[in-house]
Write a protein that binds this ligand. Structure first.
Ligand code: ZN
Ligand code: ZN
Length: 439
């Protein structure tokens, strides 16, 4: 009975595997080939990674970085165009008839003083807002660039296993959520082929063997707010002769949270954070003006519109209560949520599960971070934007058990424990995803 059941199970399993192999990519075969190519190129890749890590450049100033990537891609036989969207670049590799698949990396670092303690930590400084500022790849864009080059090298060496066009793009100024738009406005999808599909990855404070993905919203709608409350200044001892903008700003900061808790669906994600208040010079002087700055986050346009509406009403009401002129309210368009294509997420997600097992995680909810990859999606490129981890899984487990957390993106300590496993995960995931799309 036991044996017969075993044979039956084996027969069913063989049948299923046969169907999968016929319908899809030979994942195990592709995986071992990608691994062999990765191991062969690793010393070169690590040298590139370290170089990029040591020399981060800020938004729209990534000329050295873009030059490095252009050199790498030309050496692989890609046709490279530089200066797309100011400092961006586009690299094409045509390999017969078939779809065009886009793979994006970002180029820019952040004005952060690195505190990773790594021997190859960045010591670079640049002029930023009129002051000398340290720079760091505190968002892992150096990892993304190395994984992007590693994937390009892998796919160039596996040309017999895919057909179509690779369109590798390196985008400037992701941290200012303006580089994607700059590339599109520079004719990205007119001067170059419009991709049929797109992929991008982002590092996250998770284990280095982990993949995180989902269909639908992946990142948040994010917009900035600035409100200038106009009062009438005077002596702190004589408030009745003044209109106090500090009181208006204080009321606004507290009352605007009522918009979040009362006016949107409590089950829907939405955040209003006031991160800066500027006004006044001394404790006994009521100033003329106070400026309040913040950020608004949501996953849906409807929630975002409600939050914007509530912010406007609250700011105006606070001024009316004080008998002050209407405040100047600036709510920018910010950046839209990256919406992953459901079908592509299901197909590539199944592939990730085969390749990474339980380490490929279907995320229950989107991230609250903003990302301008959404511009490419809005321009009509069905995409999968997914996450990879950077930390030693043992360290992740220990931190979780201790109830604490590891440094997240933009922290001065955000850097891979060891670039090799992180880059292996990135190169493997991107290579398999592209091979599957162009098989
Ligand atoms: Zn970032
Ligand atoms: Zn980033």
């Amino acid at each position: 009975m036991k044996t017969a059941f075993g044979i039956l199970t084996l027969a069913v399993a063989t049948l299923l595997c046969g169907q999968l192999a016929a319908a899809g990519l030979d994942v195990a075969g592709a995986q071992s080939q990608v691994d062999a190519l990765f191991n062969r190129q690793y010393p070169q890749l690590e040298a590139l990674y370290r170089d990029l890590h040591q020399h981060p450049e800020l938004a729209f100033e990534e000329t050295r970085t873009a030059g490095k990537l252009a050199g790498e891609m030309r050496a692989l036989g890609f046709e490279v165009t530089e200066g797309v969207g100011r400092t961006g670049l586009v690299a094409l590799l045509r390999n017969g008839k078939g779809p065009t698949v886009m793979v994006r990396t970002e180029l820019d670092g952040l004005p952060v003083q690195e505190e990773s303690g790594l021997p190859y930590a960045s010591r670079d400084r640049v002029q930023y807002n009129g002051a000398e500022t340290p720079t760091m790849h505190a968002c892992g864009h150096d990892v993304h660039m190395a994984a992007w080059v590693g994937t390009a090298r892998t796919l160039a060496a596996m040309k017999d296993r895919w057909q179509g066009t690779l369109m590798f793009i390196a985008q400037p100024a992701e941290e200012r959520v303006s580089g994607a738009k700059a590339m599109l406005e520079d004719g990205l999808f007119q001067r170059f082929p419009k991709p049929d599909l797109g992929f991008a990855l982002h590092t996250m404070p998770h284990a280095w063997d982990q993949i995180l993905y989902r269909g639908g919203p992946m990142t948040s709608n994010a917009s900035g707010l600035a409100i200038h409350f106009h009062g009438r200044g005077g002596h702190g001892s004589n408030p009745s002769t003044t209109i106090d903008p500090v009181l208006m700003a204080s009321r606004f900061v507290v009352d605007v949270q009522g918009v979040v808790s009362r006016e949107k669906d409590p089950a829907a994600f939405g955040v209003v954070t006031i991160g800066a208040i500027q006004g006044g010079s001394a404790g006994n002087i009521i100033p003329d003006n106070v400026i309040v700055r913040g950020t608004v986050r949501s996953f849906s346009d409807d929630v975002h519109a409600r939050l914007h509406d509530g912010i406007r009403r609250t700011a105006n009401s606070v001024a009316t209560m004080a008998g002050a002129p209407a405040p100047a309210i600036t709510l920018d368009n910010g950046v839209k949520s990256v919406i992953n294509d459901e079908a592509l997420a299901a197909r590539t997600g199944a592939l990730f599960s085969q390749a990474f097992g339980a380490k490929a995680l279907l995320m229950p909810a989107a991230w609250s971070g903003g990302e301008d990859y959404s511009e490419f999606v809005a321009a009509g490129v069905p995409s999968l934007y997914f996450g990879i981890g950077i930390y030693d899984p043992v360290r992740v487990a220990e931190t979780r058990a201790a109830g604490t957390s590891l440094p997240a993106n933009h922290s001065p300590q955000f850097a891979p424990d060891d670039p090799r496993p992180t880059l292996r995960t990135g190169v493997m995931a991107l290579s398999l995803a592209v091979l599957d799309a162009l098989r």
